[in-house]
Design a protein. Structure first.
Length: 194
């Protein structure tokens, strides 16, 4: 039997014999896995080893470089069985052991970044350049709701992911102007980008 088959069978047996939590109390297991280089599969199936690792886990997240923003990383949910769907998280590693989390919304999904829908880098770069030009015109008259920008960009065949990449490369600030945090606005900043 193939080694991965033995691993998968062992995970299935342990799972069927009862929950370890019932026997030893509350606990968490954190597994760090690598992904296959091929992007022809869904993000969940790119984990090296057995599919049992993601199939039996209650929550799976993937971490990767944010496109077009060197140094910035994304932590994106692939599977959440124990909670409502959650958005991705953006962070930077300041120094070893120190992470700075961003409060900016992340609309890129694990499937967009790691799955079969992921774009070739050169193709993405030209789309981002076009989106930057469109976004500069869209924000020329002042701040705009990101919801409206998303709709208009879609009408111009620009995906939200590409628009996010364009925003990250431009001097655009995002601010929440809603009463209950539902009205994000984008604005071309007058200050130079750091």
């Amino acid at each position: 039997m193939h080694p991965f088959g033995i691993i998968e069978m062992s995970i299935r047996i342990a799972y069927r014999q009862g929950h370890l939590g019932d026997q030893i109390g509350r606990f968490s297991i954190i597994g760090v896995m690598h992904l296959r280089k091929s992007s022809s599969d869904q993000a969940m199936f790119r984990v090296l080893g057995s599919v049992a690792f993601t199939a039996y886990a209650r929550a799976c997240w993937l971490i990767g470089e944010e496109p077009e923003e060197p140094g910035s990383k994304l932590m994106l949910p692939v599977k959440l069985n124990v909670a409502r769907a959650a958005p991705g998280l953006r962070f930077q590693i300041i120094e070893p052991g120190q992470v700075a989390w961003s409060d900016q919304p992340v609309d890129i999904t694990a499937e967009d970044l790691f799955g079969s829908k992921a774009e070739h880098p050169d193709e993405a770069r030209s789309k981002v350049t076009s989106a930057m030009e469109w976004l500069e015109q869209a924000l020329a008259d002042g701040p705009r709701r990101s919801k409206d920008l998303k709709r208009e960009a879609s009408e111009n065949c620009i995906t939200w992911r590409t628009l996010e990449r364009a925003r990250a490369r431009m001097n655009i600030t995002a601010s929440n102007k809603g009463v209950f945090g539902e009205a994000w606005h984008w604005e071309l900043s007058q200050e130079p980008r750091p």
